[in-house]
Ligand binder design. Structure first.
Ligand code: 1BO
Length: 287
């Protein structure tokens, strides 16, 4: 069997569920995370346990997802030390602003039953993003978040932050899969150039493209599922990937992506899918 490898800067590393990517401040972030968007309230308890049992140590949530408290409760019942987990949350639009963001952050900590976050993000580039970023810098300086970053920021939002602030976001999390990859290439290049880690949400297109011929045919070469091809594609691009599922079997299957490697030709073919397909907003059109 070929040993799957990933180029991480000059290092060639073997990809596994334990693989982490070093962020621009030295913090190690697991390359595969468990996405919790759309798992609301009590729906999240079992999936969190299944995810931890399957080996995930990275959990992505947000105030908007209405599940922080339930994730916090679920984590009380698992036997993994807090320092072995990587927890991300995000400040919601209505909480943006210097004071409000700090309050929202404290509430997230309380709900998640933790005294720090591994990563705290601005969820969307709204009008008050500059004041919000100042609040995130304060939270970071106080050691309450190990890293800070943004989500759904387009190139002009990133450039604006870089011009006006000292702290370079550690991560930009945005919708990313082969069906919108071409239109995101400029943003991906900018992030790479500036040392901002790209994190892909909705990597499975909410299931909408799992029947796509090319994915199915590549999947059959490896006796895998289209979903696993999508995750593997993301990981081989060095994107942090956070597939979501509430189904025990799918949660496990989504981790079974480390025993094969897509060839360069397959990666190129998948890269060339150019469908301009999005589930959510195109923020490049936002002020
Ligand atoms: C509206 C929520 C998008 C994913 O975080």
């Amino acid at each position: 069997m070929r040993t799957p490898k990933l180029r991480n800067g000059d290092l060639e590393i073997t990809l596994s569920l334990e693989t982490t990517i070093k962020l621009n401040n030295g913090v190690d972030m697991p390359i595969l995370g468990f996405g919790s968007w759309k798992l609301e309230r009590k729906q999240v308890k079992d999936p969190i346990k299944w995810a931890i049992d399957s080996g995930y140590r990275h959990i992505d949530t947000a105030t908007l997802y209405n599940n922080e408290k339930y994730i916090g409760n679920a984590l009380k019942d698992i036997e993994v030390d807090r320092e072995d987990l990587f927890i991300t949350s995000k400040v919601w639009d209505s909480d943006q602003g210097y004071e409000q963001t700090q309050k929202a952050f404290e509430k997230s900590l309380k709900n998640l039953n933790t005294d720090y976050l591994d990563l705290y993000l601005i969820h969307w580039p709204r009008e008050q993003r500059k004041e919000t970023w100042k609040a995130l810098e304060k939270i970071y300086d106080e050691g309450k978040a190990r890293a800070i970053g943004v989500a759904n920021f387009a190139t002009h939002h990133i450039k604006e932050l870089l011009e006006k602030f000292e702290t370079v976001p550690a991560v930009n999390q945005f919708e990313l899969h082969p069906f919108n990859y071409s239109e995101q290439e400029e943003l991906i290049s900018l992030c790479k150039e500036k040392g901002i880690q790209v994190e892909a949400y909705s990597p499975l297109t909410h299931g909408k493209k799992l029947g796509y011929d090319l994915l199915e045919s590549i999947a059959s070469n490896y006796d895998k599922l289209s979903a696993q091809i999508l995750i593997r594609w993301s990981l081989q691009h060095n994107f942090i990937c956070i597939p979501k599922s509430g189904n025990k079997q799918h949660i496990r299957e989504n981790t079974e992506v480390f025993d094969f490697e897509l060839s360069e030709e397959e990666m190129d073919k998948i890269d060339s899918i150019d469908e301009n397909f999005r589930l959510l907003y195109d923020t490049s059109k936002w002020d």
